[in-house]
Design a protein around this ligand. Structure first.
Ligand code: HEC
Length: 226
């Protein structure tokens, strides 16, 4: 008996089911995601990144920060480590192209670094020399994102120069470190990383001691507990 048609049918079935499972089904599930309005604040979430932060995303990609940093908070342990108030969901990546999830965590998760560290100068010094800020840090230095500029005797430092400690300033011996545009864009990107809006599919955990939110329409058939 000629088995060829059966074989072809088998190959076709295998290819079409995998195409359906890997391409069509995710598209049906996630393809129509749109920004939503957050009930409590009336804000639209997520919103597109401002231009400078968008440029910073390219610097993050070019320097492969995702080799050591993830951007995905999983339920349970990750939340308890303080990496985010809730788990990350697909909605959080709506304006990310490409999504830089990261596959290893040599450094902390950065999904919410924008809410954790609000000081631009902290970020800049950390990128310049992580050990100036975090003792024994194993993060590499991104010194090439800064320019070393000579300070004339008695001249005041430039307004955009790094605000370093007196010891480090002394070590530079009459020079100052000025962030290049890429460093500023990268920090704008880090500051824009927040995935902490309460969403229907990932609400923020209720704080202990807080009463549950009231329903908007008073319900008549549930007796009030005293
Ligand atoms: C070789 C691995 C490695 C690479 C590559 C790396 N980091 Fe890190 N990063 C770390 C480690 C380890 C820490 C924790 C120690 C510290 O805070 O310095 C860290 C900490 C951080 C923190 C502070 C996080 C917090 O919660 O306090 C930020 C922000 C950060 N990295 C940004 C970046 C950026 C931006 C890049 C790319 C330009 C990058 N990292 C590349 C390893 C890395």
């Amino acid at each position: 008996m000629n088995q060829a048609p059966l074989l072809m049918l088998g190959i076709f079935a295998a290819l079409s089911t995998s195409w359906f499972g890997l391409v069509v089904w995710p598209q049906i599930q996630l393809g129509a995601l749109k920004p939503v309005e957050i009930e409590e604040t009336g804000e639209i979430y997520p919103s597109a990144r401002p231009g400078l932060a968008q440029q910073g995303a390219e610097v993050y990609r070019a320097n492969n920060c995702a080799a050591c940093h993830s951007q995905q908070v999983r339920p349970g342990a990750d939340i308890n480590r303080g990496w985010g108030p809730r788990r990350t969901v697909a909605q959080d990546y709506l304006f990310d192209a490409p999504v830089m999830l990261g596959s290893s965590r040599i450094g902390p998760d950065l999904a919410n670094i924008g809410a954790r560290q609000l000081d631009d100068n902290w970020h800049l010094i950390h990128l310049y020399k992580p050990r100036l800020i975090v003792e024994k840090s194993s993060m590499p230095s991104y010194r090439f994102l800064f320019t070393k500029r000579a300070l004339d005797a008695g001249a005041k430092p430039s307004p955009n120069a790094l605000k370093l400690s007196p010891e480090e300033t002394k070590r530079l011996e009459g020079y100052e470190m000025v962030p290049k545009p890429d460093a500023l864009a990268l920090v704008a990107y880090l500051r824009s990383l927040r995935a902490d809006a309460p969403l229907f599919e990932a609400p923020l955990p209720a704080k202990p001691g807080l009463k549950p939110a009231k329903l908007s329409a008073p319900s008549t058939n549930s007796p009030a507990k005293k």
